[in-house]
Design a protein around this ligand. Structure first.
Ligand code: ATP
Ligand code: MG
Length: 476
């Protein structure tokens, strides 16, 4: 069947790989996510976010890896996973192949995989062996979801033996074949399914969803790194909140701390929702940038993770959670450690969770002291988390919203005017104090801090002369 509107895919540079393989006498198709994305663009362009685009392009062929390599003699070819039938070809920019095989700036890499089936799995992780197969249909059968099991030829013909188009039209995620069998083969597919539901806004078909829950224990067999990659993608999707609301039980074997928040009532007039619903609402509300999006979403989702462990009901029947930020930090570190998150991510999330309850006020001195202690960027992020936290209670007043905006402006102003709030901005350094007769040692640091406090408090100008004069007063 020929599908119109596949232009977005057929305009891609990778098209030349199909041309070259066909010219060499082989079959070759675009396959998987790129076909799905192109169809989504064609069918639902108006409802997709502006940033939606076709991701990496994958190509499938009946050429064996060695034959693919031969067809691309003269190109730089990397044997990415030759055992699994995958080679990566580098397409140089500007259509120029350099003599040294090096690539230009707009070079594109493309993975080409031989038609294969995955054989049997005995560990829910790796196929025992892969087998090259003769037909495209057999290759498509090994793919996870029907919407990921379509291929498209260079002429725009769609090969769709498992009803991917139909499911895509109604935004349904359904496994190719029996879902229990497919999740038992490879439990990572459970995480991929949740991720696609979040990122693409698809519903998970009933039987597929039930099988996800039944087989969720197998997630323990999947490497933490791969789970974390999928979890981060899940949180970055527009429908992350709804996926967590519906499927947190599926995540329980790998994130029991998150599942424990579900249905945990707060018994406090300040909060309308249980702990999980509150954290999800806050996560949906938090303002992020493209740089901090991933860790901010995670920090907000985890910010009250310590509440179930610190819950206490007073004799009036009101719930309290004394010390919960610290407990949440401890649990966030535990979760992130288990998921093998990198150190920088762990530390950033830990500081945001630890200080999410910080008391803010429209007070320049107070803000500068915290900017000095935590860093301006961290404090700005904590303010956004605190605002989201308030929105997530379901009880935020417009006055409080205004107060947050004022504080946000005040901090931006301090930064824009390059006002002094840290030792690196101070107009004198340790060497100046030593030149003035102080002995090197910890007193120098303490004195600098005292001088910085005087500048922050408006008692002294941030100028060398004024600071030296104040130094003499402090030392006399
Ligand atoms: P995206 O690139 O947007 O993350 P994708 O669907 O292209 O999504 P990839 O990981 O690039 O995902 O994989 C390409 C294709 O390979 C998929 O569309 C699917 O057909 C197949 N695939 C990937 N991982 C699995 C898996 N664990 N089990 C079965 N098929 C898979
Ligand atoms: Mg892909």
């Amino acid at each position: 069947m020929k599908v119109k509107h596949m232009q977005k895919l057929l305009e891609r540079k990778e098209k030349m790989v199909l041309e070259l393989l066909e010219k060499a006498g082989y079959e070759a198709y675009f396959v998987g996510g790129c076909v799905r994305d192109a169809l989504m663009l064609a069918k639902t362009e108006e409802t997709l976010s502006e940033t939606f685009s076709i991701g990496d392009v994958d190509i499938t062929t009946n050429a064996l890896p060695e034959q693919t390599k031969e067809a691309f003699a003269g190109y730089r070819v990397i044997e990415t996973g030759i055992k699994h039938g995958t080679v990566t070809v580098m397409l140089p920019g500007e259509g120029v192949i350099r003599n040294n095989g090096c690539c230009d700036e707009q070079a594109v890499t493309v993975e080409i995989t031989t038609y294969r089936s995955d054989g049997t799995y005995s560990d829910s992780r790796h196929p025992d062996r892969v087998e090259f197969v003769r037909s495209l249909e057999e290759d498509l059968a090994r793919r996870d979801f029907t919407v990921n099991a379509m291929a498209c030829s260079i002429r725009g013909e769609l090969i769709d033996p498992y009803g991917g188009q139909e499911d895509l039209a109604v935004k349904k995620l359904r496994t190719v074949g029996d879902p229990d069998k497919r999740f038992k083969e490879d439990a990572l597919r459970i995480m991929r399914g949740l991720r696609f539901a979040s990122v693409l806004g698809f519903e998970i078909e009933e039987k597929t969803a039930a099988a996800m829950l039944r087989n969720s224990g197998l997630l323990a067999n999947v490497s933490a790194e791969r789970i974390f990659v999928e979890f981060k993608k899940l949180l970055s999707g527009n429908n992350a909140g709804d996926v967590l609301r519906k499927y947190v039980d599926v995540l329980e074997p790998i994130l029991p701390e998150l599942a424990a928040m579900k249905g945990f009532e707060q018994h406090n007039s300040y909060h309308k929702y249980d702990v999980l619903e509150h954290c999800i609402r806050a996560m949906e509300a938090v303002k992020t940038t493209s740089e901090n999006h991933q860790y901010m979403k995670m920090a907000v989702l985890f910010h009250d993770m310590g509440k179930p462990d610190t819950y206490f009901m007073d004799d009036k029947g009101v719930g309290h959670f004394y010390g919960h930020p610290k407990k949440s930090e401890e649990l966030a570190r535990r979760v992130l450690g288990r998921l093998k998150a990198d150190k920088a991510t762990v530390e950033r999330i830990a500081v945001l969770v630890k200080y999410h309850d910080l008391l803010f006020d429209k007070d320049e001195r107070l803000l500068k002291r915290w900017m000095n202690k935590l860093g301006a960027d961290v404090l700005q992020e904590i303010l956004e988390i605190k605002l989201a936290d308030n929105i997530g209670t379901g009880n935020m007043s417009p006055e409080l919203g205004q107060k947050f905006e004022d504080i946000r402006d005040m901090m931006a102003d301090i930064i824009a005017k390059e006002q002094c709030f840290s030792l690196k901005d101070l107009a004198i350094k340790g060497d100046d104090l030593i030149a003035a007769g102080m002995k090197p040692g910890p007193e120098v640091g303490n004195m600098l801090q005292q001088l910085l406090d005087a500048v922050i408090d408006g008692e002294c100008e941030n100028e060398k002369e004024a600071l030296m004069a104040r130094l003499s007063i402090y030392r006399s």
